[in-house]
Ligand binder design. Structure first.
Ligand code: MN
Length: 204
């Protein structure tokens, strides 16, 4: 059964150049993101089969596989909309005010997200997220796709720190990729995500 589907890119693959190469965007979306979608669907099927057989011998691997693939799908879906050919600059309005309130300044927030993204040990993501229990913005450093993040936090802006995200264009210089990302950051999308997250009551 197909539960999860690959979203269309909101722009043509080459639209983010020169900051983000069309070759990477196409591969990243059509191959990597697609694999997470398939993995999440396949794992749900495998879990259904395990329940049917009453055989949970593989429950540890399947549980991890589901978290990994679902989180990969979610983060990439956010990531594509977080970028725009018309991006860059800074947010305004309520998002800008909230960033000042929780981080002191836009520059301080940007420095923290940049540090979290560029210093991931192994593979992961940097993220600006809404934390609904404390009702505040936070920066998270995510391991793989599914680790090291608060259980109920809502990612608003995510930067892919996996080598597949930048290596073809930026080689080993991850800092240049993160610097380039800020030139295409879609603050309108982040602001819309922020408004939706903040007006949703805390799930706890
Ligand atoms: Mn990726």
């Amino acid at each position: 059964m197909t539960v999860y589907t690959l979203p269309e890119l909101p722009y043509s693959p080459g639209a983010l150049e020169p900051h983000y190469s069309g070759e990477i965007v196409a591969l990243h979306h059509d191959k990597h993101h697609a694999a997470y979608v398939k993995g999440a669907n396949d794992t749900l099927d495998a879990l259904a089969a395990a329940r049917e057989k009453g055989d949970f011998a593989a429950i540890n691997a399947l549980s991890k596989s589901f978290a990994f693939h679902l989180s990969g799908h979610v983060l990439h879906s956010i990531f594509w909309t977080n970028m725009s050919p018309d991006g860059g600059g800074r947010p305004d309005g309520e998002l800008a005010a909230a960033i000042d309130e929780y981080f002191g300044s836009f520059d301080a927030m940007q420095a923290q997200v940049t540090a979290a993204t560029t210093s991931v040990q192994g593979i992961g993501w940097g993220a600006l997220a809404w934390e609904p229990v404390g009702q505040r913005l936070v920066v998270e450093q995510i391991y793989d796709h599914q680790g090291n993040a608060g259980t109920t936090t809502v990612p608003l802006l995510v930067i892919d720190s996996w080598e597949h995200a930048f290596y073809l264009q930026y080689k080993n210089v991850k800092a240049d990729w993160v610097k380039a990302f800020w030139n295409i950051a879609n603050w309108q999308d982040v602001a819309a995500r922020f408004a939706a997250a903040r007006t949703t009551p805390s799930p706890l």
